[in-house]
Design a protein around this ligand. Sequence first.
Ligand code: 4AD
Ligand code: MG
Length: 432
Amino acid sequence: MAQRISIKDAKNHVDEEVEIGVWLTDKRSSGKIAFLQLRDGTAFFQGVVRKNDVSEEVFQIAKNLHQESSFWVTGTIHEDSRSHFGYEIQISDIKPVGDSEDFPITPKEHGIEFLLDHRHLWLRSRRPFAIMQIRNEMIRATYEFFNNEGFIKMDPPILTGSAPEGTTELFETEYFDKQAYLSQSGQLYMEAGAMAFGKVFSFGPTFRAEKSKTRRHLTEFWMIEPEMAFMHQEESLKIQERYIAYLVQSVIDNCAYELKLLDRDVDQLKKYTKLPYPRISYDEAIEMLQKNGFDSKWGDDFGSPEETFISDQFDQPVFVLNYPKAIKPFYMKPAEDRDDVYVCADLLAPEGYGEIIGGSEREVDYDKLYAEIEKKGLNMPDYEWYLDLRKYGSVPHSGFGLGLERAVTWICKLDHLREAIPFPRMINRLKP
Ligand code: 4AD
Ligand code: MG
């Protein structure tokens, strides 16, 4: 009996007879030959059915297969230097499994709203396939990187009573007779984790009721949040840049096929593995914007156009350091030499992608932190446990958050975050 393989493994089975479970993405046929475009979830390649090599019945089955019908193919793997994938299968037998009629996503062009409405089916196409494989590689590389660096993975809760990133973008939900929020960030819990385990990282969904429709905002996105005890911001920045370079290198090493499917320029990506990354201060960024016709004032937060402009001035990711206190959250540590900025940094991705990481050193002094929570008008009883961390052996600590979809969007060079997550959630989209 033929060995069962996946398409991805075809290169290890040249001239062997194999069996593969597949779906049909497209086909062409004439009187004597049928070309079947096949996929099995690991890759896409071509199957060739020659009338002279198979029974009349099998040839008729091949000619009448519908798009997205599923079947077993048996055949022999050959090199095919003309194709993208490099191999094809010479088919000797086909066993139908599930039929498919009038698959809504045809090889013609479709509008983005139509595709998003059919996301459950669109995921089968080449482009989503490539993006999700790269996303998966980035998740794999994240665990590998932080495990190698001696971090432990810790899972913060999703249902919470605190609002680390401000109270305007909270999703509220009933929690028995109380009110709870969906987590905006696991950070405060990760700080507790750092005091217990030294170096921790989380990877989980976070929620923000973003009412704006931008190509950089989802209401549900996945964040990686490392937090390190006994660590100042400088060392955290070094970890951040090594982590980003590691993600990029892992994708280059393990996703050559997917990058090719997306037409992503690999030489461009290679530049992002060179360290260190450039750094500028928020003050310098404001000056740069003012010199170039933006009417930004000191104290303003950056929107997409500002971030895009700044990142366009560099051909690597760039750290913007020390933002004004008024535009960042309460938990950050003020700079030593001046009281109007925090010891914090955002990492802006090149090619105009904007912020992918936000991070800072944390305030460690009980009284100062208490005063900040009060000043921001937050409900003190919700933060008592967090303040405890400053009562019992408080130490310098730092951390950061990488938005996975932002990083995937940049590495895959997509136009919009909605393609970087399997089922995007945006202000007008809760389905499918
Ligand atoms: O800059 P943010 O708000 O920082 C925090 O949440 C910190 N508590 C992280 C930490 O220090 N542990 O968010 C971090 C990152 C951003 O840099 C961005 O990449 C991503 O999360 N992000 C979003 N991604 C998609 N959609 C949104 N609405 C996002 N908001 C933030
Ligand atoms: Mg931020």
